[in-house]
Design a protein around this ligand. Structure first.
Ligand code: PMP
Length: 383
């Protein structure tokens, strides 16, 4: 089996897109091992430890429930919607980019009446909204204008724009107004602070291939006791079987209590890697993880004289940076950077996609100065 330390791996281009990301050597080694059986005692220990560690990394209380299933970030979004939305449920979606549109589309498919809340509070999309974050004020305005809603959805960090919403006041406002709050933390979890319990958030969801620093393939979600109660109380048809919290609850609790049961085969190999990643994070300490993530972002932005897509530095995520292409460069700029050994990503959101590019600097890369410096050098050389 080729070692993760082999010269060919060390010479490979650096993957600095906003997911999938570079893996730490420990996680890469765990991910490369043969997958264990889902009932093997060693795997049960590993899964139990990973579920407990998820509560710490997401700052979730003992009442809340972590779920880990095979899938991607979209699976986790689908799971949140499938359990919480019944036909006619009113949902607010805060718009901060491409993934807010995806959330709204998923919600509509379960029959939700969706009110999209744009930055500035306007009723319709305008290109000038790209790079801005809606906040508390817009939500209050929307509630005044459109009446009560049962659910509030926000993208913690939108990967298409690099915008981070201020999750704490949104979660607190949702609680105060009797709404359940759901945060898409796919491009944020384990990279941006999120104190689920203290802020009273109800669902935080993510995927394995971002700041958790794993290969793609896992959908992860933590649900509050309020969110679980809402699923229990639903009166219409149950969610699709594979997304149903009621199906997964005894499985997740079973693993945590070391009495495993079968429902649908867990992605055992990836869960072993998840445990390796979470233990690495806990050994560093989450405060330190978030601080190093922030310092990496500030270093990248400080070292490049490029204009950020995000209008206010306060709204700029630490997990990725989105920059307008400099004058005289077109979308082939990312290929010029790749020729310097670093893979970055093009733009994602219409209609400005050809006019900007994105650099992912999350997880292990954010804590590895050599990777950050190599990225800066590759971009500067292309400039
Ligand atoms: N939400 C956000 C914020 C994302 O960045 C992504 C993936 N880029 C998704 C959702 C969807 O995740 P996936 O591609 O893993 O399905």
């Amino acid at each position: 089996m080729p070692s993760v330390y082999s010269p060919s791996n060390l010479m490979k281009p650096l993957l600095m897109i906003p997911g999938p990301v570079e893996l730490s050597p420990k996680v890469a080694e765990a991910a490369a091992a043969l997958p264990p059986g889902h009932m093997s005692p060693a795997f049960v220990e590993t899964f139990a430890r990973a579920l407990q560690a998820m509560r710490v990394v997401f700052a979730a209380g003992s009442e809340s429930q972590p779920f880990v299933t095979a899938g991607s970030g979209t699976t986790a979004m689908d799971m949140a919607a499938a359990n919480l939305v019944e036909p006619g449920t009113r949902a607010l979606v805060l718009w901060s980019g491409y993934f807010s549109d995806r959330m709204a589309e998923i919600l509509r498919r379960y029959g939700a009446h969706v009110t999209v809340v744009y930055p500035g509070g306007d009723a319709a999309f305008d290109e000038a909204m790209i790079g801005r974050a809606p906040g508390r004020q817009e939500v209050e305005q929307a509630l005044k204008r459109h009446g009560d809603h049962a659910l509030l959805f926000a993208t913690h960090v939108d990967t298409s724009t690099g915008v981070r919403v201020d999750a704490e006041p949104l979660a607190k406002l949702a609680r105060a107004r009797g709404m359940l709050s759901v945060f898409d933390g796919v491009c944020a979890a384990a990279g941006e602070r999120f104190d689920m319990d203290a802020w009273g958030a109800d669902v935080y969801l993510t995927a394995s291939q971002k700041a958790l620093g794993l290969p793609p393939g896992l959908a992860l979600l933590v649900a509050s006791s309020r969110a679980l109660a809402a699923r229990k109380a639903r009166r219409s048809t149950p969610p699709p079987l594979v997304l149903d919290w009621e199906q997964w609850l005894p499985i997740m609790r079973g693993y945590e209590e070391k009495t495993p049961k079968y429902f649908a085969t867990p992605a055992t190999g990836l869960i072993v890697a998840l445990d390796a990643s979470l233990q690495e994070l806990l050994a560093i300490g989450m405060n330190e993880v978030f601080e190093r993530q922030k310092q990496a972002a500030l270093r990248v932005r400080g070292a490049l004289s490029l204009e950020s897509l995000v209008r206010s530095p306060d709204d700029a995520a630490y997990t990725l940076s989105a920059f307008h292409l400099p004058k005289g460069k077109d979308a082939s700029f990312v290929k010029q950077i790749a020729a310097n050994g670093v893979i970055v990503a093009g733009g994602l959101i219409a209609p400005i996609a050809p006019r900007y590019f994105r650099v992912g600097h999350m997880g292990h890369a954010a804590r590895t100065p050599l990777m950050i410096e190599r990225t800066i050098d590759a971009i500067n050389a292309a400039l």
